[in-house]
Design a protein around this ligand. Sequence first.
Ligand SMILES: C[S@@+](CC[C@H](N)C(=O)[O-])C[C@H]1O[C@@H](n2cnc3c(N)ncnc32)[C@H](O)[C@@H]1O
Length: 251
Amino acid sequence: MLYTDPRLVALYDILNPFAADTAFYLSLADGAAHVVDLGCGTGLLACEMAKRGVRVTGIDPSPEMLRVARARPEGDQVTWIEGDAGALPFVGGRADLLVMTGHVVQALLDDAALLTALQAARRALRPGGRIAFESRHPAARAWEDWTPERSMKRIEAPGGGTVEVWQERHAQPDPATTGRVAFTTHYRFPSTTGGADGAETLSAESELRFRTADALTDLLKRAGFAHIDWYGDWTRAPLDETSRELIAVAR
Ligand SMILES: C[S@@+](CC[C@H](N)C(=O)[O-])C[C@H]1O[C@@H](n2cnc3c(N)ncnc32)[C@H](O)[C@@H]1O
C-alpha cells in the first residue's frame, strides 16, 4: 500500500527528497555508461543520472511508483521496467553499476530472495561492474524511533493542507535478535472541508529485515562479489559499530 496507493505515492518525494544518499550514488555513477536502478521507486536518482548522460534502466514492481517516475522531466530518457530482480536477464547490455537505494534490500525478507537478486545483479553487470546498496545498521536500532511520539512529521500535501505521518512499531520480540521489524506507517490527511471530522487516516503495514555486515558479506560473496568496500555513512566514513548505515560497494 505504501507504494501502491496513489495518495501515499504522491507524498513519497516530499518525504524522500534529493539528499546525501542521492549525491553518493550519483558520484558512483560518474563515468558509467549504463546503470541499473533496481527498486527505483519514483525515479529521482534514475532521472538525475539520465540528466548527466548515463543510460539508465529503472526497475520497480509498483506501477504507481513508476507512473510518477515516467512523469518526471527526464522520465522519457530512462528505460522503465515494471518488475523485480526477475527482470534483470532482460536488461540489454552489461551494466557498469547496479544500485538498490532507499534500503530496498531490507524489503527482501528472506536470504534466499536477496541471494537470488544479488546473483541476477552479478549476471547483469559487466566483469568488474559494481553493485551498491545500503541497509540500516542493526546496532543503531533505528526501529526504536518508529513510535508515534518519536516519528511524527508534518508535511505540506501537494494538494494543500498538512498531512501528519508517523510510524508505529508492532509489539514483537527484540529485532536485534530476530532481524525483523514489523511496523505501520499512518498518514492523517486533513479534512477537505477544513473541519476535524472529515480527516482521514490511511495506514500501511511494512516489514523490514535488518542484516549485519557479516550476513550481507556472506550473501554478496555467494553471489560472486569478491571485493566489498563498506562505508558507515554518505561521506564514506569507515563502517564501525556506531554507524547508522551499512553501505556496500562491491564488485
Ligand atoms: C523505500 S522505496 C525506495 C525507492 C528508491 N530506490 C529510493 O531510493 O527512493 C522501496 C522501493 O522498492 C520497491 N520494491 C519492493 N519490493 C521490491 C523487490 N522485491 N524488488 C525490487 N524493488 C522492490 C518498492 O516498490 C519501492 O518502490
